[in-house]
Design a protein around this ligand. Structure first.
Ligand code: ADP
Ligand code: MG
Length: 466
């Protein structure tokens, strides 16, 4: 039995609405550059990109030494880490981490409850420290804090929460110093741990990239539950910076690019529903189109509409398919990566998740195509954003004499790491945008667990005791 013409027609419409041809990607990246300039000119200069100065003027040199901790509060999971840095050798001698899920009620509760939980987890992790490590530092432990929500930093170790994203909504913590709230909770736990650096997770990723890869690492970008990017800017071009210029002449800027919302972005009916049903309607359009928290949900809305309006599964509409958040992004990436000729993985996911017992190959192809269209759009839009940054820092254009210079982009996040077709689309779109005769060779490098290790590295380079 052929999939219904109606389903094919919906698929076609959806494909058109999501299209990202190269000229559009160039326009999107130009719009990104435009907003970057606006955001750097004054506070609120762009109503999309905050372009936050991070107070990080020096990235790790590789000479950092000693025992440091980090706490990484990202989306749904958070990690505590311990690293021992080797000093002159530029090595991480040992690292351990523990990953804990944030109980859902704490994501929408009070700052005190959230930070007591986080401080408690850090404290019990510190208590598991091996005796051999204890001699490296005194009583007080130092920790970096990777915090992946918009913060207006007031120094390298203080900052005000602007608002929450990614399903968090801890209202009483907004407008207050996040480090003080954390530090107070640590005091309540009875431990001596000092937070030496407050680090956006993208900045941690950038710092880790510098430490591991090379000096030409200029951008840190995360595509996980949410998405964001930071980059190394020339400090004298940051018009809104009112302090003395840093000696290095450089300033890491946290873009908060998830809130980019150019009218050029190819949005579909599913994006509109997802936006409307989110905790922050109207905000974070870019994030909602490219990151892991939303990809599964977008695909679900498309499949639900196809099942209801076009009898995608022969008229069967699984009740669960109409329920929010029933299709995870990992399942979408699994179906997308299915290369079996009869799309067995797609069949299995549809059966396991939605109880769809039988499907035709044509139906499975449609489902696969929906996943493909969304993965392609996400990867290509992410590439356009990165190309905008490269343009802003003068690392695009044609090679003069054939000799290419290098730029490294440190990447992290579960979607980038695990969703292979997405990553492939992203990489090839970036090469397309750069052009075959580009002056720079751009490499996307996975800086695994970059935010946490980077936060520990920045705690080390901003240590109060050495
Ligand atoms: P966070 O962004 O919360 O700090 P991660 O960087 O680990 O955490 O990203 C987790 C997100 O990555 C999940 O919400 C999910 O959307 C996405 N993800 C995890 N595994 C996969 C996978 N196999 N395929 C696609 N996306 C994945
Ligand atoms: Mg993270």
């Amino acid at each position: 039995k052929k999939a219904s013409l109606a389903a094919e027609k919906l698929l076609h419409e959806f494909r058109e609405a999501s299209a990202t041809p190269l000229p559009l990607l160039h326009q999107v990246s130009d719009a990104m550059v435009h907003e970057m300039y606006a955001g750097l000119s004054s506070d609120g200069g762009s109503d999309q990109l905050k372009m936050l100065p991070t107070y990080v003027e020096n990235l790790p040199s590789g000479k950092e030494k000693g025992l440091f901790y980090a706490v990484d509060l990202g989306g749904t999971n958070f990690r505590v880490l311990r690293v021992q840095l080797g000093g002159k050798t530029g090595e991480i001698l040992s690292q351990e981490f523990k990953e804990v899920a944030i109980p859902p009620e704490l994501m929408v509760g009070t700052g005190k409850d959230l930070f007591d939980f986080i401080a408690g987890t850090l404290a019990s992790f510190v208590d598991t420290e091996d005796d051999s490590l204890k001699s490296h530092s005194g009583e007080v432990r130092e920790s970096g804090f990777a915090f992946s929500f918009p913060v207006r930093q007031t120094s390298v170790k203080s900052g005000i929460v602007i608002h929450w994203t990614k399903g968090f909504k801890v209202d009483d913590a907004v407008g207050k110093d996040i480090v003080k709230q954390f530090q107070d909770a640590i005091s309540r736990s009875g431990h001596q741990i000092t937070i030496s650096a407050l680090v956006n997770d993208t900045v941690g990723t950038l710092a880790g990239g510098r430490f591991n890869f090379e000096e030409e690492t200029m951008i840190g970008c995360i595509i996980g539950t949410g998405t964001n990017a930071c980059y190394v800017e020339r400090a004298d071009t940051v018009q809104k910076w009112e302090h003395p210029l840093p000696k290095s002449g450089e300033m890491v800027i946290n873009m908060e690019w998830g809130n980019f919302r150019s009218p050029l972005l190819p949005r579909t009916f599913a994006d509109e529903i997802v936006d409307r049903n989110s905790v922050n309607p109207g905000d974070q359009w870019f994030e909602k189109m490219i990151s892991g928290m939303y990809l599964g949900e977008i695909v679900r809305h498309v499949l639900a509409r196809m099942a209801e309006e076009a009898k995608l599964f022969g008229g069967y509409v699984p009740v669960k398919l109409l329920e929010p958040l029933t299709l995870g992004t990992p399942q979408v990436s699994k179906m997308h990566a299915d290369t079996s000729p009869d799309l067995q993985v797609v069949a299995k996911v549809l059966k396991d998740v939605y109880g769809v017992e039988t499907t035709t190959l044509e139906e499975r192809k449609i489902v696969h195509d929906v996943c493909d269209i969304m993965g392609e759009r996400g990867g290509r839009l992410a590439a356009a954003g990165l190309y905008g940054i490269l343009k802003k820092i003068g690392r695009t254009g044609k090679a003069e004499n054939g000799s290419k210079k290098k730029t490294v982009i440190a990447m992290d996040g579960g979607l980038f790491e695990h969703h292979e077709p997405y990553r492939t689309y992203m990489e090839s779109a970036l090469q397309e945008l750069m052009g075959s005769d580009a002056a720079y060779e751009v490499a996307l490098r996975l800086q695994n667990d970059g935010s946490g290790i980077g936060a520990a590295l920045l705690a080390a380079s901003h240590s109060q005791f050495t």
